[in-house]
Design a protein around this ligand. Structure first.
Ligand SMILES: [Cu+2]
Length: 646
């Protein structure tokens, strides 16, 4: 047989080129098939055991149609169920229809229940009480009206009563007030104007007018009824100087959301909202934080007329189930400030917040001593102009007293966002933020979830405002997830989520060690031209530790433990238990969560179990329900057992 001659270089090039052209044509002609093939390859890859062991695994949670809600708030109850609160769900039609919703998801039974929701708790604040009930305070009294939708001039009117004798005056909704130029305005609510108070000092008597604020709308449309300066108004049909209105200005500017005064304790056992005393100030976007001793502090928020509260904070007296003013703790914060309870009882404001208020006020992080209202600024945070829509957590374990800031964006509808993380050690004498590792991409609304193995899952978020435009992208949802390892100060790549989550989204650790993610409220649809729709799908992430062999089990132990004491829990896996953690369940909205924390327990292994010691300080382990996790020497956690810390 004649040996085959080797083709020349030119021939080989021509033939190679021809093959490429043929292959290219095949690929182009069969693009859908190639896409299917690459998707199949991706599916194969992410489902391999070795992949899951390294990156974890995401799965969609099928939600029956009737239980799909706009998840604005989420909290894990000590019954193991997740309370998902929508209220009106940032949907004006639902608000006007009085349709307010909450849903309970039970991960153990994989079932959903509708919860009767009496008022619009959309954008309330919440925090767990020592007995495990969830205090939910504030919410939505009125929806925003954008400037181009304001046809009638409107504003806040102060009605004054200078008569100390006639008793209080009740003004029905629709009461008419007239300006000096004859324009008529109607009140939006029924109000009671208190009597004036007579004060006598020696021989002189002064009268302090009684007053109440009410929103008024001009009767006629257009600009004629706009009043640009402070003015006085008379009540139609009323003569005499005793009762009148004054207003700073009546405008056709944008009307912000108005806050509500309602407050509830959600009872995880009866699964009902139980009304408590009202807030002293209506609040929309407040932060609630539990204080040592069991009371709760409410700070910030917009009032019933959409004005940011100028530092009027208040305290919930848990034993009496009512709110009282806290003038001794007057301090201004932007809305939904991220607050963390520290070991010594001080409250740390990380600087993260959620978006209302001027850009030059109350934006500096610091340690707030809630016993004497002193505030020690904490310097060093990089890009301090990008704290809005940032998130922060008390890193695990809580004993380290380190808080980490993640991402964030500029104030308002800013196009700027950041990938920075910074960490502060609040045990230092003069604590300051120091640089942490960057996130893979700039991120607003990043969800941060403490895992029982002392790592932090970060997931979701978007680079642009509410998932919208960022640089050359129309949509900017982030699908990359990563796990922060405090011991090595690095982010490890995690599997990618399939659902993007920006504004109004949440992620929380479940008792079985998985993480549930929900919500997202994009401003625009994928074209970037039409209004976006609320994301109602739920996705659940199983971290790598769930694929790394048999989990240790907790088989018995007390339902309650006291701080500073030791308790015994039984486990057949005692020999390989390396750590024990109490993880306080999350109650989160707008990436603000004052509850989430992981507390290290002293650990002593015995033959059939472990003795664990709870720290003494209430600032480290505030009273309430926790998930006890035992973690083995490979970092694999048990399923949690619920324990109440007293
Ligand atoms: Cu919101």
């Amino acid at each position: 047989m004649k040996p085959r001659t080797r083709p020349t270089l030119a021939r080989r090039l021509v033939s190679g080129l021809a093959t490429l052209v043929v292959l290219g044509t095949v690929v182009v002609a069969n693009r859908p098939m190639v896409a299917v093939a690459s998707e199949a390859l991706h599916t194969y890859k992410i489902n391999r055991q070795s992949y899951k062991e390294r990156y974890g695994h995401w799965a969609n949670l099928p939600v029956p149609r009737d239980f799909r809600v706009n998840a604005i708030h989420a909290a894990l109850l000590h019954t193991g169920k997740v309370l998902i609160i929508a209220g009106s769900g940032n949907n004006k039609d639902s608000f006007e229809a009085g349709s307010f919703r909450s849903v309970l998801y039970d991960p153990a039974a994989d079932s959903f229940t509708e919860i009767d929701t009496p008022t619009d708790v959309f954008c309330a604040g919440h925090a767990f009480l020592p007995d495990g009930k969830l205090l939910v305070a504030g919410g939505t009294k009125s929806y925003e009206v954008l400037e181009d939708e304001v046809d009638h001039a409107a504003g806040v009117m102060k009605i004054k009563n200078e008569s100390p004798d006639g008793g209080p005056h009740v003004l029905e909704k629709g009461t008419r007030l007239v300006s000096a130029t004859g324009h008529v305005y109607r009140t939006r609510d029924k109000v009671t104007v208190p009597t004036a108070r007579k004060m006598t000092h020696g021989t002189t008597t002064t009268v302090h007018a009684g007053e109440v604020e009410v929103w008024v709308d001009a009767v006629e449309k257009g600009d004629a009824a706009v009043v640009g300066q402070p003015a006085q108004y008379s009540l139609e049909g009323l003569t005499g100087p005793n009762l009148y209105g004054v207003s700073e200005k009546i405008t056709r500017e944008k009307q912000e959301y108005g806050g509500d005064k309602t407050s509830y304790e959600f009872d995880p056992v009866t699964e009902k909202y139980v009304k408590t005393g009202n807030l002293q100030d209506p609040r929309w976007y407040p932060t609630l934080i539990g204080l040592n001793g069991g009371d709760v502090l409410a700070v910030s928020g917009l009032d019933q007329f959409g004005r940011i509260l100028p530092g009027r904070n208040e305290r919930y007296l848990t034993a009496e189930r009512r709110w009282v003013k806290a003038p001794e703790l007057k301090r201004y914060f932007p809305t939904y400030p991220s607050l963390h309870m520290m070991g010594d009882g001080k409250v740390f404001y990380s600087g993260a917040n959620a978006g209302y208020g001027p850009d030059d006020k109350g934006r500096t992080p610091g340690l707030w001593d809630v016993r004497n209202n002193r505030f020690q600024q904490v310097p060093g945070l990089r890009e301090p102009d990008k704290n809005e829509t940032a998130s922060s957590v008390l890193l695990p374990p809580a004993q380290e007293q380190k808080v980490m800031m993640f991402g964030g964006g500029g104030v308002g509808e800013s196009e700027h966002s950041t990938a920075r993380t910074d960490i502060v050690d609040l045990d230092e004498k003069s604590p300051r933020y120091r640089p942490g590792p960057d996130l893979p991409k700039p991120a607003r609304y990043l969800s941060t979830v403490l895992l029982p193995d002392d790592s932090v899952l970060t997931t979701g978020g978007s680079s642009g405002y509410r998932g919208g435009k960022y640089r050359d992208q129309t949509r900017s949802d982030l699908f990359n997830a990563q796990i922060y390892r405090p011991d090595r100060n690095v982010f490890e790549t995690a599997a990618e989520s399939t659902v993007g989550r920006n504004y109004h989204s949440e992620a929380i650790l479940l008792p079985d060690g998985r993480v549930i993610t929900m919500g997202s409220d994009p401003l625009y649809d994928p074209t970037g031209k039409n209004a976006g729709t609320f994301e109602q799908r739920i996705e659940v992430y199983s971290p790598p530790y769930l694929f790394r062999g048999t989990r240790p089990a907790i088989t018995g132990g007390p339902a309650a433990v006291s701080r500073g004491t030791t308790a015994t829990f039984t486990t057949p896996d005692a020999a390989r238990i390396a750590s024990a953690r109490l993880v306080r369940p999350s109650s989160v909205t707008h990436v603000t969560d004052t509850d989430q924390r992981s507390v290290a327990l002293g650990l002593h292994r015995t033959a059939g179990g472990v003795d664990v010691t709870v720290p003494e300080k209430a600032g480290l382990a505030p009273s309430g329900w926790y998930m006890l996790f035992l973690v083995d020497d490979k970092g694999v956690p048990s399923a949690a057992r619920w324990v109440q810390v007293r």
